[in-house]
Design a binder for this molecule. Structure first.
Ligand SMILES: Cc1cc2nc3c(=O)[nH]c(=O)nc-3n(C[C@H](O)[C@H](O)[C@H](O)COP(=O)(O)OP(=O)(O)OC[C@H]3O[C@@H](n4cnc5c(N)ncnc54)[C@H](O)[C@@H]3O)c2cc1C
Length: 506
């Protein structure tokens, strides 16, 4: 069955762009293409937008499914400006202070923020000798930021020469080192090393193997702050949806793409699982590239992203997320808390290297009601607890393991920061790597697609302009520059340099 592309009044002459997936990268791509004169249709498998930033609502509680830490807000402001609107008119963004409360397993606390004096005063309590090392580390982070973020994040890495051009700078910045290795060259105290090196875990990277380019996150956070939106991240997703709809873009929910159609080597549209075919001039996929190539282009001969190459690639961690509402409030718990378990390197090795579900865990605990009580019924709190776990290569039987694992987390939280939790639960929902695979079509159920190791970064990552099919473009966490809200918005920004002007289709 073939159906002509839907028509928006007055847009018949515009070239048609299909965007597969309404994750933040897909929505940002749609906005940019709409602003450049394309008629855009977004096809989304689920019943609502956001992808990893979907919102679960139950029993009066509102749960952001994924991203909660908003950095580099100028990237969002830019999207609003492209639509002639002001971000601050739609979204009430609040600066977090501290950025994160970090709790070590022995109960000690470190409030990490962008205030250098406050951070240094705390470092002095742990290890006075490291105060100077922190200053030097932040200077290094700034240098890496200038190259890695300002210089590279918005550039296309389409040709190997693009990589060759930056190699000398990367060598000077010692990008061959790991984040943990780089931090350790400035800091001696094992606790402070954790405080300054855990960031790659937020985008699925292993601090002990990921390229030290990612130390730029420390400076990025200090420069623009760590924010959260009133109404949760869902408010940002709704804002992005209102921008695309304002441009005349249609979002079709419950519309799963089965195949990208290729004619004469060029993307010509898609076929949905319903059998419907939709034609277009270009296709943009916001879906995990391993799925885009391995499933949606399964029948198309591929030179680079073959099944073998995908099988040999390293994928990021899986995530276990427990969303829960409580009948009472826990006012002492900050908006963002990181609870580090008894092991650091050992646990990370179990997750990434041994692919083994460990007995212990480190958690990120999100309590948005610390800032916005409207996300829970009166007198209650909304939480999620996130535990990085191995992806599905671990062979974990999540259908059997989810409940015992959740119960272990509940007990641990009850014994630490949420006393009496087990008797206070009003509502509960869990997500495992199996859900990432089945709901979001994420290869191996990974939380953040390809692991951000050096040999899977920049030119080595799936390109934003497909290497396999003309007229196909990729955005989102698995593409350059990588995962995280700033990363996926930047991937859409790269489209401006690789997608031809709409006028070329006239
Ligand atoms: C639990 C969690 C916490 C996180 N926390 C943070 C954070 O605090 N800060 C931060 O910056 N980042 C965070 N991240 C990372 C960030 O959320 C992601 O990197 C980013 O949102 C991914 O966006 P994306 O554009 O790659 O699309 P995705 O969110 O992956 O969306 C892809 C979309 O494609 C749809 N889709 C899949 N297959 C098909 C198909 N065949 N047809 C049609 N549609 C399809 C999916 O349903 C989905 O809606 C977090 C991620 C997770 C999972």
């Amino acid at each position: 069955m073939t159906v002509a592309a839907p028509q928006v009044p007055g847009s018949a002459k515009k070239p048609h762009a299909l965007v597969i997936g309404s994750g933040i990268g897909g929505l940002a791509a749609a906005i940019r293409l709409g602003a450049r004169g394309y008629r855009v249709t977004i096809l989304e498998k689920l019943d609502a937008p956001g992808g990893r930033a979907y919102v679960h609502r139950r029993d009066g509680f509102s749960f952001d499914a994924g991203p909660t830490i908003i950095t580099a807000p100028f990237l969002l402001e830019e999207l609003w400006n492209m639509c002639g609107r002001r971000f601050e008119d739609d979204i009430d963004l609040r600066l977090m202070d501290p950025f994160y409360r970090i709790r070590f397993d022995d109960g000690r606390i470190f409030d990490y923020s962008g205030d250098a004096d406050k951070v240094k005063a705390q470092i002095a309590e742990y290890s006075p000798a490291d105060v100077d090392g922190y200053d030097r580390f932040m200077k290094m982070s700034e240098r890496v930021f200038k190259v890695g973020f300002e210089g590279l994040a918005h550039k296309p890495f389409t040709h190997v020469t693009d990589m060759a051009k930056i190699a000398p700078q990367m060598a000077i910045l010692q990008s061959y080192r790991t984040v943990y290795g780089m931090v350790s060259s400035y800091i001696k105290d094992p606790f402070i090393r954790q405080v300054l090196s855990f960031h790659p875990l937020l985008i699925g990277g292993n601090p002990f193997t990921v390229t030290s380019i990612y130390v730029l996150i420390s400076f990025l956070e200090r420069k623009w702050g760590v924010h959260s939106a009133m109404g949760g991240t869902g408010a940002i997703v709704n804002g992005l949806v209102s921008l695309v709809e304002g441009q005349g873009t249609e979002i079709r929910y419950k519309s799963e793409v089965e195949r990208i159609l290729v004619e004469k080597g060029r993307a010509a549209g898609v076929r949905l699982t319903s059998g419907e075919e939709i034609q277009s001039d270009i296709v943009v996929s916001d879906v995990d590239p391993a799925t885009t190539y391995g499933k949606m282009l399964a029948e198309h001969p591929r030179r680079t992203w073959t099944d073998r190459k995908i099988d040999r690639s390293a994928f990021s961690t899986g995530l276990f997320v427990w969303y829960f509402g409580t009948k009472r409030q826990y006012p002492d718990v900050k908006h963002h808390t990181i609870l580090l378990g008894p092991r650091y390197k050992g646990l990370i090795q179990d997750i990434f290297k041994h692919k083994k579900l460990a007995e212990d865990f480190s958690l990120y605990l999100y309590r948005p009601t610390a800032t916005d009580p409207s996300l829970a019924p009166e007198g209650c709190d909304t939480f999620y607890a996130l535990s990085p776990v191995p992806h599905l290569e671990s062979g974990t039987d999540w259908e059997a393991q989810a409940e015992p694992y959740r119960a272990r987390i509940a007990r641990y939280l009850s014994e630490t920061v949420l006393p009496g939790l087990e008797d206070q639960i009003a509502t509960s929902l869990v997500t495992t790597p199996l859900d990432f695979k089945l709901r979001l079509n994420s290869h191996l159920g990974a939380g953040f697609s390809f692991e951000p190791i050096l040999l899977q970064s920049a030119w080595f990552r799936p390109h934003n302009k497909s290497e396999e099919v003309d007229g196909l473009y990729l955005v989102g966490a698995g593409t350059h520059p990588g995962a995280g809200v700033p990363g996926v918005i930047s991937s859409a920004r790269v489209l401006d340099t690789v997608v031809p002007d709409a006028s070329t289709f006239a």
